[in-house]
Design a protein around this ligand. Structure first.
Ligand code: ADP
Ligand code: ADP
Ligand code: ZN
Length: 213
């Protein structure tokens, strides 16, 4: 099963993608996590990506597409995967489509986690991220067991540089301009499924599972 998660920054794509990945035993692939891991390791890719990410802008398609295609070509992706944060532009979606087409394959579902902009800013300021394993928490809604520490790996949690309110505004703008058109793109392909992302984490997951089953 190949799944794409769509939705504004902070809609809960990552949270849901992790749960889907676990339930269906497929990899969770987040381009944002891949970039952050590279920034942490100080690679050239990380250095380049950071310049865009810090401003709330998208990393250029050429760079992003190459990373994603390399990742989905790996052995663990044979039975499917859940993509979180890719594609974010029509050209990215087209390249993915063509690559899969060439393999006689396709995306099964594009799930739009729908959350209005008003809710997003609040969610983002409370988000805490583990840069080691990619887990995310929320100080009120989804707190870790021990404050400031990742349940999964024990690393310290951080407020991401790009989760400050000014940058979140930019990212929402970029989302509406460049990513939202994907909703029409996948509607036309007949695979778009929308869920109400304002409900609590378990309720959203329940809606997604009913779509997949
Ligand atoms: P969020 O969880 O808030 O949706 P992500 O972790 O997915 O954020 O992405 C963080 C940043 O990484 C984005 O704002 C963007 O700069 C960059 N990025 C991630 N995925 C992509 C992509 N597919 N195309 C371009 N830039 C990307
Ligand atoms: P995205 O990957 O779309 O940027 P995340 O999954 O990182 O979004 O979620 C953004 C923030 O909102 C995080 O702090 C997360 O813990 C929290 N969150 C996720 N899902 C919900 C939900 N259903 N209700 C309330 N908060 C949520
Ligand atoms: Zn962790």
């Amino acid at each position: 099963m190949k799944i794409i998660m769509l939705g504004a920054p902070g809609a809960g794509k990552g949270t849901q993608a992790k749960m889907i990945a676990e339930k269906y035993a497929i990899p969770h692939i987040s381009t944002g996590d891949i970039f952050r891991a590279n920034i942490k390791e100080g690679t050239k890719l990380g250095e380049e990506a950071k310049q865009y990410m810090d401003q709330g802008l998208l990393v250029p398609d050429e760079l992003t597409v190459k990373i994603l295609l390399d990742r989905v070509a790996k052995e663990d992706c044979r039975n499917g995967y859940v993509l979180d944060g890719f594609p974010r532009t029509i050209p990215q979606a087209e390249v993915l489509d063509q690559a899969l087409n060439g393999l006689g394959d396709k995306i099964d579902y594009a799930i739009d986690v729908n959350v209005p902009d008003e809710n997003i800013i609040k969610r983002m300021s409370g988000r805490r991220a583990c840069l080691s394993c990619g887990a995310t928490y929320h100080v009120e809604h989804i707190p870790p067991q021990k404050e400031g520490i990742c349940d999964t790996c024990g690393e310290k949690l951080v407020l991401r540089d790009d989760d400050k309110p000014e940058t979140v505004q930019n990212r929402l703008h970029v989302y509406h301009e460049q990513t939202q058109p994907l909703i029409d793109f996948y509607t036309q392909k007949g695979i778009l499924k929308a869920v109400d992302g304002t409900k609590d984490m378990e309720a959203v997951f329940h809606s997604i599972v009913s779509i997949l089953e």
